[in-house]
Design a protein around this ligand. Sequence first.
Ligand code: PLP
Length: 284
Amino acid sequence: MSRIAYVNGRYLPFRDAKVHVEDRGYQFADAVYEVCEVRAGRLIDERRHLDRLKRSLGALSIPPPMSRAALSVVLHEVVARNRMAHGNVYLQISRGVARRDLPFPPDVAPNVVVTARALNRARIEALAAQGITVISVPDNRWGRVDIKTVGLLPNVLARQNALDKGARDAWFVDQKGFVTEAASANAWIVMADGKLITRHTDHAILGGITRAVVFDVVKAQGLRIEERPFSLEEAYRAREAFITSATQIVMPVVRLDNYPIGDGKPGPIATALRRQFHRFAEGG
Ligand code: PLP
């Protein structure tokens, strides 16, 4: 079956899904996006993703292109038209098309694109059972990565650097030696005493929706949690490490740079959080 994408009011075959060359997302990364997990045909945590989208649009003064209800209809329609059970739905909103010039153009309509992609759940589960290896890289991103913009070049280079070195992902480290987050996920460690540590949300990380749901899981399990920056050295000595994102949920990290984390296998806390996640996520 051919894939269907939504572009500015129309549902189109994938090959016809196009925006203009002077789209400001294309030229300046002047665009925001969201990625929502689809599970058994249902959107997971749609409400929180749409809340974050509203914040991102507001931060860039991009006017909402349509009502929240209309956007929700489009997201569900794209999932339905692609007959997708498991995967994710991607939504991108750019400031619009205008003559190439830095200032906000007057009177342009935002461009809205929605695509859906099926994912092989068995493969992701196999990866989670094995855990992933990660390298650390300097965090050279701009100062507002809390806004979910499509300006992801440092993330692209970090992920490629990881793959080139035989690892699966990269953790960004700030100038003080603290881990900020992963290339497309939030970073967590479990200390020797069982306490979970993840960086507090500020302008230096994206406030992950999965991160927020994992907080609920952690509290329900009676685990202790601390939101603060953690250093690379602390991470090397951690009992467990993992990352969280809408596409990977809770993914155990078993090696960081040259150091095995814990016994080099996915830890019991990460594994339990992964198993419990969808009981706490909306729509799960
Ligand atoms: N941090 C970054 C840089 C990301 O790109 C993502 C997701 O794409 C996340 C964190 C996790 O966010 P979420 O849990 O909402 O998917």
